[in-house]
Design a binder for this molecule. Structure first.
Ligand SMILES: [Fe+2]
Ligand SMILES: [Fe+2]
Length: 188
């Protein structure tokens, strides 16, 4: 996998790179965006885009909302970026299989309803972020990641930042709800 450099990432983010707070937000998330483990998410499918694209959108939205609601833009941006940082893909990706098939582990396993991706990936992501980005360990960031699937996961977000991440995720995913339901029921 070709590792994108800072300027290449900035250039590719055409939806947001002209926006007012882009530089400030980018400086917060840059160290994570430059890592190999996060860039692998460019090959993780997420509905109509990649986990990379989706996580960046949610992170930037979370930053903007955190400014508006006067809470931590730093924690909301990091929580937003890592909210879907689960270890294994849930949609097949040929590129990912060719790169490292271990990312596809468990993809075809039969799972009980409450063990399907929609129910378990928030918890998985909250464990996985500590494996790769331990330096960002923080109660609020963990809460943002672990609770972002509220109300599907019934535990209430505890902090303003966690509410912001779960709302940003829903805004970003609203058009994908029929697809999410299909995969939840059929695929897991
Ligand atoms: Fe998610
Ligand atoms: Fe998400």
């Amino acid at each position: 996998m070709y590792l994108l450099k800072e300027e290449e990432i900035k250039k590719s983010l055409t939806k947001i790179n002209k926006k007012k707070y882009f530089e400030d937000w980018f400086n917060i998330v840059k160290p994570i965006l430059l890592t190999k483990e996060f860039q692998v998410r460019r090959m993780f499918s997420h509905h109509k885009e990649s986990v990379w694209d989706h996580s960046i959108d949610v992170s930037y939205k979370s930053y903007v909302l955190a400014r508006a609601f006067r809470c931590s833009t730093y924690k909301a941006s990091i929580g937003g970026l890592l909210h879907d940082f689960y270890p294994h893909c849930w949609r097949y990706s040929k590129k990912l299989e060719q790169y490292d098939s271990s990312y596809l582990d468990g993809l075809y396993d039969k799972k009980k309803f409450f063990k399907k991706h929609g129910f378990v990936h928030a918890k998985e992501a909250s464990i996985n972020y500590l494996k790769y980005f331990k330096e960002y360990e923080d109660e609020i960031v963990t809460d943002c990641i672990e609770k972002h699937m509220f109300p599907l996961n019934i535990r209430l977000p505890k902090y303003k930042e966690s509410w912001i991440v779960t709302i940003s995720d829903k805004i970003d995913s609203i058009l994908d709800i029929p697809i999410i339901l299909f995969y939840l029921i059929k695929k897991g």
